[in-house]
Every structure is written in C-alpha cells, then in structure tokens.
Design a protein around this ligand. Sequence first.
Ligand code: ATP
Length: 313
Amino acid sequence: MAYTVEVADLTKSYGATEVLRGVDLTIPAGTVHGMLGANGAGKTTLVRILATLIGYDGGTARVAGHDVARDARAVRGAVSLTGQYAAVDEVLTTRENLTMVARLRRLSGAASAARTDELISRFDLGAIADRRATTYSGGQRRRLDLAMSMVVPPTLLFLDEPTTGLDPRSRDQVWATVRELADTGVTVLLTTQYLEEADQLADRISVLDGGRIVAEGTPEELKTQVAGEVVRLTYGDTAAYEAALATLRTPEVTADRVLLTVDVPTDGSPESLRRLLDSLAVAGASPRRVGMHAPSLDDVFLTLTNPKQEALR
Ligand code: ATP
C-alpha cells in the first residue's frame, strides 16, 4: 500500500469551536511525518481521530487502508499510541514490562522471552533490563515505552511529543531510538512543538494552524519557502527597537521584545541589506549588531503561523 494515512477534508468541532476545518494529509508508508502546531492547533484532536478514540464530523480518514469510522477495529489493530505519558508499569523491570506486553499480545512464553531479548538489545536497554522502572530516568522510561510499542510492530505509530521534559542527552538517545524504529519500516506520525525535533526526525512535515494545514513539505522545502536569508538586528535600547518595528511593520518581520532583536527575511543580496540599513538609519533605528543566518524551522513556523502581531505588540 502506498499510503498509511489518507485524510481528506477532515472536520471536527466541539460545540461552536471548530477545531479541524478541512484537513488534508497523506503519509507514505514507512516514513516519519512531523505534525507541527502551537498549543491548541488541533494536533491531539487529529491523532485521536486517527486512533479511533473520537469521531469526526466530515471528510474521510483512512489508516492502513481501513476507514477510521467504518472499520475502527481493523484500524486499532494497525496502530500504536505512545508518547508523553509513558505506559510503563513502574513496579516492573524492563524485562518484565516487555514480557507482559508480549503475553498480552498473545505471544507464547518462549516467543515472549525471545522478543524481549531482541528488543532489549535493539533499544539498548541492557543496563536497566533487570531494574525496576521506578529507578529510571525520563529518557530511559521513554525508550522502554518505545520498545513496548514495538513488541508487535504496528503499521502506524503515533508519537506524541516524545522528548518533552528530557535533558539534551536523553533527548538525543530517544531520537536515536525513533530513527532505529523508523528504519524497521514502521510509519510514524510525530506530533511535536519542537521544531528541531521535526527537523531531526521527520521526512516530511505539516504545519497545523487554526485547524488547517498551512504548509507541507520536507524540512528543507519549508525552509526555502520562507526566505533566502534572515537578517537579525540586535538593539541596545528599547527606543531604537521600537523605532525599527515602526519602520519595518511588514508581515514577515518577527521580533523579540526581551532580547531586543528583530528578524527580517531578505534575499541575502548586499543591495537588500544596504536598503534595509539605510531605511533604519533614516528612521533613527540603526541596530547595534547585524547578523545573518539561513532560515531555521523556527522561522518557517513563525512566518506560517503568523504570531507576529503578538510579537510586535
Ligand atoms: P497541545 O499542543 O496543547 O496539545 P493541540 O494542537 O494538540 O494542542 P488539541 O488538543 O487538538 O490541540 O485542541 C484543539 C482545540 O480543541 C483547543 O482549543 C481545545 O481547547 C479544544 N478541545 C480539545 N478537546 C476538547 C473537548 N473535549 N471539548 C471541547 N474542546 C476541546
């Protein structure tokens, strides 16, 4: 099958609140798809619909070739949900947790033991295999949680903010685990607020904003949509910063009131930089420092989800 997820014109409201307003999404089998969105954008709602936990109002949604509404049972057999709230049983060890899931999934005793050993080795859990989960770090618990979701590999794995609250080293380990898992051919729908996470893990990314997909593409495609280069102006005092904002009040500009920085997308040419600095000088808004960087996914996100008015207020 070409696509693990096929969603067309999906709508969902809670009372008068329209949460999804016509979402289209296709995820090719065996790929990692990043779903980005601010708090309240509708990410969890979309995942819950695809996992058959809640219904929807309009449109169509198919997972692993099965209609989510009409064939919920088959969909449930094809998906696994994991993420922020690890399903690990705290009083059990890694070995016991994995074996328990294997037995619940009706593997025989011998098959359960073999699968447990295999997952301990693949997810690098040997050091904690026989220790109770109460003693694990957040990162170890997430890795065990991921291993548990792979006891019987699903067609589609939902990963909900898998590294929220982890320190950078644990986060890197969880990312390595997700890559490992993606290499086995499982399709992953990753929801995250961390742009770096999507950049690191996702083959393609959708940006959900106000209940609609506002952009879709590879991380690189999304970055090139924004601008050639971003010029960062750093100010030493609020008056000059405010004067710059008054001069540059265009939709593409993003600003940080605390750091006193203003980011302006440009084509990266000396002429555009000269024009920009000249107009600022005329307005009495010359910056203290000027830097340039290639657009990051942060720039993409901020540009596409349009929080500038907020930032500029
Ligand atoms: P977050 O990143 O904060 O988890 P999200 O993108 O996952 O956000 P959702 O949880 O899908 O967003 O919520 C989208 C909108 O739907 C929010 O405005 C939320 O308040 C609303 N919402 C979610 N569940 C319900 C519900 N059961 N009843 C009413 N409103 C709801």
